[in-house]
Design a binder for this molecule. Structure first.
Ligand SMILES: NC(=O)c1ccc[n+]([C@@H]2O[C@H](COP(=O)([O-])OP(=O)(O)OC[C@H]3O[C@@H](n4cnc5c(N)ncnc54)[C@H](O)[C@@H]3O)[C@@H](O)[C@H]2O)c1
Length: 360
């Protein structure tokens, strides 16, 4: 295939940092031909930064539809606020574009069903931005899960102990609202919940969840969540997600406990192996990796490469819609379980905005 011609929809924080980095580092196979943001200056700034390195300035527009309708564009990456992912993904797929969408792919089970179904019917790729699956320590852990080194996996724990203050929420008014975002579970914790479910077998039997807003009176959604997830594999997942840690981000850790193995991956954002114990191994060369410059890591670079290769070869992307929805399903089940005060059995239907009006 010639270079993949891509338009980037959304030119905010993550787009101008990580999507731009990934597009620059994959410029041998992907050409950024368009940048769209409702705020023209943001689209212009990103387009300029791209041109500073590669010389050619991508066209800008404030209308995503403008790029969706263009025949000379093969794919779009959607990095807009979470509540817009569904409409934009459907619009892009309807117009024959492959889609790489930021997490969370949508905020309702029905919306995710429709996105996955439409991509399948149109024979287009739908990939989801859970880039931490490409973190080198996570790749190492996944190999151990796949080759059976753990024996039976009993349980795993995903802890997200971060801080988000009022300044963060003031930067964008979609944050912390049920209809456009959700709270710390849906926003900050979905990466680690995705990793937990990936290691524990994916298919969920039931979820018991609790959420609270301890210290963020200016947002609608939760700043703390805890849950127990029973997987069909027999393994149990424990989730703890919070944005109230004083005074700054502490850690994001993933621990997996099996019959013949114990692994804890930690650091600021699951980027360093802290414990690695198997029958004849009790250390790993990745035990002393430094934290990356941001909690987002560098996974968008291989993520874009994988997206390109999936289109080029016709295989599934590493994280297709069916995989990308699993962490969102778990978060929605936690919300529903809290609302209804009972365990939620899979499959189920729920949307984050059904939490609107909840009194903390
Ligand atoms: N993968 C990750 O590690 C990661 C990290 C941060 C954020 N995110 C996700 O990325 C998304 C964006 O987050 P952010 O922090 O960059 O937000 P942001 O508010 O900084 O940027 C979002 C941008 O989208 C634009 N936008 C909104 N609706 C639009 C539309 N219909 N058409 C064109 N532009 C539109 C806004 O004007 C804004 O500039 C969220 O879904 C978030 O969950 C992912």
């Amino acid at each position: 295939m010639e270079k993949l011609r891509l338009a980037l929809i959304g030119a905010g924080r993550i787009a101008s940092k990580k999507h731009l980095e990934a597009l620059l580092k994959n410029s041998d196979v992907i050409e950024l031909v368009g940048v769209c943001d409702l705020i023209e200056d943001k689209a212009m700034a990103l387009s300029r930064k791209y041109a500073e390195v590669l010389g050619k300035k991508p066209e800008i527009s404030t209308s995503a539809d403008y790029f969706f309708k263009r025949d000379d564009i093969d794919a779009v990456a959607i990095a807009t606020s979470s509540g817009t992912h569904y409409d934009l993904t459907i619009g892009a797929l309807d117009n024959g574009k492959h889609v790489l969408v930021e997490k969370p792919m949508a905020l309702s089970t029905k919306h995710m069903d429709q996105m996955i179904d439409l991509a399948k019917r149109k024979n287009l790729k739908l990939a989801v931005s859970f880039q931490n699956r490409f973190n080198p320590p996570i790749v190492e852990l996944r190999k151990k899960v796949e080759d059976g080194s753990f024996g039976r996996i009993f349980y795993g724990v995903a802890s997200i102990r971060w801080n988000r203050n009022e300044d963060y929420y003031k930067q964008a008014d979609w944050r912390g609202k049920w209809r456009s975002d959700g709270g710390v579970l849906m926003n900050q914790s979905t990466h680690n919940i995705d990793l937990l479910q990936w290691m524990l077998g994916g298919d969920v039997e039931e979820v018991v969840g609790f959420v609270e807003n301890f210290n963020h009176p200016y947002i609608e959604a939760e700043d703390f969540g805890a849950a127990i997830v029973k997987f069909k594999s027999g393994a149990v997942g424990i989730i703890e997600g919070t944005s109230v840690v004083y005074p700054r981000n502490l850690e994001e850790t993933l621990s997996i406990f099996g019959e013949k193995g114990t692994v804890k991956i930690g650091g600021l954002a699951v980027n360093r192996i802290e414990v690695w114990r198997f029958e004849n191994e009790d250390s790993h060369p990745m035990m002393n990796l430094p934290d990356p410059d941001t909690v987002y890591g560098h996974g968008h670079v291989p993520l874009y490469r994988d997206f390109y290769e999936s289109i080029d070869t016709g295989r599934d992307p590493a994280i297709p819609g069916e995989e990308g929805r699993k962490a969102v399903d778990i978060v929605l089940a936690i919300y529903k379980s809290y609302l209804e005060k009972k365990p939620v059995r899979f499959p189920f239907d729920f949307a984050a905005w059904e939490m609107e009006g909840i009194a903390w």
